[in-house]
Design a binder for this molecule. Structure first.
Ligand SMILES: [Fe+2]
Length: 213
C-alpha cells in the first residue's frame, strides 16, 4: 500500500477544484435570444404572417384570461355573506379552470413560434378588462364584474376564432372554440344564475296565485 493511499482526510487541491466547478455562476446578463413580437418559425406548415397574426390575437386573449383568473382569486378571498362557502369554492374552481386555459393559450403562442406575455405588469398594460378596486365589494358586484370580464373574453375569442379559421390556422381555431369559448360560456351560466332574484324561504304567493287564474 502506498503512502498516498494511506492518507486520511480530503485532498485539498482536488477539493478546491471541485468547489470551483460546482459553484453557481450568479447575476448573469446577456442578449435576448428572441425579441417579443418576432416569430421563430417552427415546421408546422403555417405561414409566418399567419403565425404572427394568431399570436397577436392570442396574447390579447392571454392577458384578459390572466386578469379574469386573478379576479376569481381576489373574489374567492374577499367574498362575504351567507353563501360564503359555496361561492368561495365555486370561485376557486373557476380560477383553476381559467389557469388551465392560461397555460394552454400561452403554449399555443409558443407553438406558433411567438412569445407569450407572462409578467403581471405586461398583462396590466394589455388587458381590456376594467381594473377592480383593491377593497372588498358585495357579492352581486363581484358577480357583475366577473360576468363583464367573461363577455369581453367571449366576444374577442369568437372574433379570433373566425380570423384563425379564415387564415387556415385550425389548431388555434380549435383551441378557441372547444376550450376557451366552451369553458367561458359554462362559467357564465354558473355565475348568472346567482343573480336571478328568486325568494329564498317564502314563495311569492301573490304572483303564483294570479298565474293560476
Ligand atoms: Fe383558497
Amino acid at each position: 500500500m502506498s503512502q498516498k493511499n494511506d492518507k486520511r482526510g480530503p485532498d485539498y487541491n482536488q477539493l478546491e477544484e471541485g468547489t470551483r466547478q460546482s459553484k453557481p455562476i450568479l447575476r448573469q446578463q446577456g442578449r435576448e435570444i428572441q425579441p417579443y413580437g418576432k416569430i421563430a418559425r417552427l415546421p408546422i406548415a403555417l405561414d409566418e404572417k399567419v403565425c404572427a397574426a394568431s399570436a397577436d390575437n392570442l396574447n390579447q386573449l392571454l392577458a384578459d384570461t390572466m386578469t379574469l383568473r386573478d379576479m376569481y382569486k381576489k373574489h374567492h378571498w374577499q367574498v362575504a355573506g351567507h353563501t360564503f362557502y359555496q361561492i368561495h369554492l365555486l370561485f376557486d374552481k373557476h380560477h383553476n379552470e381559467q389557469d388551465e386555459l392560461v397555460d394552454t393559450i400561452a403554449e399555443r403562442i409558443q407553438t406558433l413560434g411567438a412569445i407569450s406575455l407572462a409578467m403581471a405588469a405586461d398583462v396590466a398594460e394589455t388587458t381590456l378588462i376594467p381594473r377592480p378596486p383593491r377593497g372588498r365589494e358585495e357579492l352581486p358586484v363581484q358577480l357583475s364584474r366577473l360576468l363583464e370580464a367573461h363577455e369581453i373574453i367571449l366576444k374577442e375569442a369568437r372574433t379570433f376564432a373566425r380570423d384563425a379559421s379564415e387564415a387556415g390556422d385550425d389548431g388555434t381555431n380549435d383551441l378557441l372554440v372547444s376550450q376557451v369559448i366552451r369553458t367561458n360560456e359554462l362559467q357564465v351560466w354558473f355565475l348568472a344564475e346567482h343573480l336571478v332574484d328568486v325568494p329564498v324561504v317564502h314563495a311569492d304567493k301573490a304572483k303564483g296565485a294570479s298565474a293560476g287564474h
